[in-house]
Design a protein around this ligand. Structure first.
Ligand SMILES: NC(=O)c1ccc[n+]([C@@H]2O[C@H](COP(=O)([O-])OP(=O)(O)OC[C@H]3O[C@@H](n4cnc5c(N)ncnc54)[C@H](O)[C@@H]3O)[C@@H](O)[C@H]2O)c1
Length: 348
């Protein structure tokens, strides 16, 4: 199954956090399917090399807004009157959450509540997708693949904030959206990689920075295992879920998105990455405690959405390496991405 061109044509989609890594790719993917994309971001992190300037052609209107400001959020949503909201804005980094827990809780919990509340106040919205994380589960590191009905947890502020976003989403669905729109779903995706990400304390952006700064990179947690996937596959899953959710309330609820065969160590990613783009690294010890093992079971998305990752582990690393190499050679970030999107959708 593929994304349906007819569904997205002229749909008004508001993406929060659209200037971030995943959001900037999503703007381009939705434009590829002729959706009308609107962006909302407080521009606090500058975490993508696909910038506001390079997205200008693809985003109808870009709004600068902090999702903690409900009044402003409400007024933007009433003005845009989107059919769909995809909520991605967040403090998205585990280590930043440990260093600044209150900001993380404020943005990820209150901010998410505000986004859903603004959707409740606006009848144009048929569906809303809340992007949380694979870190929402109570993780005892027992080598199990988490399923959507497993217990929520969160041993660090970021994970806790995303688990709270799940609970808030469910409470709105139960209290307000049982019989009226919007239909609401949450998406729990594993570690996403792809070109353009320059967030702090993430593996691929750290590799990119070490190349630019000509420095040897210290890599922490080399034996940690994560469910890696490419940003195109992840966003594709969100889009396929929304296509169903928009017409049927039964698709409300939580959905995992991860590759079935990309549970690899950080060490494996580094080794594979260094075959595609040259960088120097040594392994080091982290001062922060992070979960060693995290795996997701995405059978629900596979069965009910017919979604699966299209890119193999090796292809995902290759595409990502190529993206940064081209960027470092002076190519346009949006054009590099558009070219990868074309190939992704047009290659069977
Ligand atoms: N990248 C991953 O590997 C990954 C994995 C699982 C879940 N997620 C989740 O997916 C979503 C997108 O991730 P990403 O990697 O693109 O994150 P990102 O940090 O690159 O982007 C987040 C965007 O949100 C904006 N933002 C932050 N605080 C805001 C606020 N108060 N008001 C408005 N905008 C604000 C930032 O400016 C940024 O553009 C996040 O919710 C994240 O938690 C990401």
């Amino acid at each position: 199954m593929e994304v349906k061109k007819n569904f997205w044509k002229n749909k008004k989609v508001l993406i929060t956090g659209n200037l971030g890594f995943k959001g900037s790719w999503l703007c381009l993917q939705l434009s590829f399917f002729n959706a009308k994309v609107f962006g909302l971001d407080n521009e606090s992190t500058n975490s993508s090399l696909i910038t506001k300037k390079s997205l200008k052609k693809y985003v109808k209107n870009q709004y600068k807004c902090d999702i903690r400001d409900l009044k402003k959020l409400n007024s933007i949503v009433s003005k845009v009157r989107p059919n769909i909201i995809i909520h991605m804005a967040a403090q998205s980094i585990v280590i930043s959450g440990l260093e600044n827990p209150i900001l993380t809780l404020d943005v990820n919990i209150i901010g998410t509540g505000n986004v859903i509340e603004s959707a409740r106040n606006n009848s144009s919205i048929k569906s809303i997708l809340i992007v949380t994380s694979d870190k929402v589960y109570e993780n005892n590191e027992k080598n199990k693949k988490f399923m959507e009905n497993n217990r929520l947890g969160g041993d660090d502020p970021y994970s806790a904030s995303k688990a709270c976003a799940e609970i808030i989403s469910k409470s709105y669905s139960s209290s307000y959206f049982k019989k009226q729109h919007p239909n609401l779903a949450t998406a729990r995706a594993g570690n996403v990689i792809g070109g353009g990400d320059i967030s702090s304390n993430r593996l691929v952006p750290d590799i990119y920075r070490s190349i630019v700064q000509k420095k040897k990179l210290k890599i922490r947690n080399k034996n940690h295992i994560r469910p890696w996937q490419h940003v195109l596959d992840c966003n594709n899953g969100y889009m396929m879920l929304i296509e169903k959710l928009n017409n049927h309330r039964k698709y409300s609820g939580a959905w995992n998105f991860s590759s079935n065969n990309s549970d690899y160590t950080v060490k494996k990613i580094c080794e594979e990455f260094s075959k595609n783009i040259s960088f120097k690294y040594i392994y080091s010890v982290s001062k922060h405690k992070e979960k060693k093992l995290l795996k997701l079971n995405s059978n629900k998305s596979k069965h009910f959405l017919s979604w699966k990752t299209k890119l193999s582990f090796y292809k995902m690393i290759k595409l990502t390496g190529e993206w940064y190499k081209k960027y470092l050679n002076g190519e346009d970030p949006d054009l590099i991405s558009i070219d990868q999107i074309n190939k992704y959708y047009l290659t069977k």
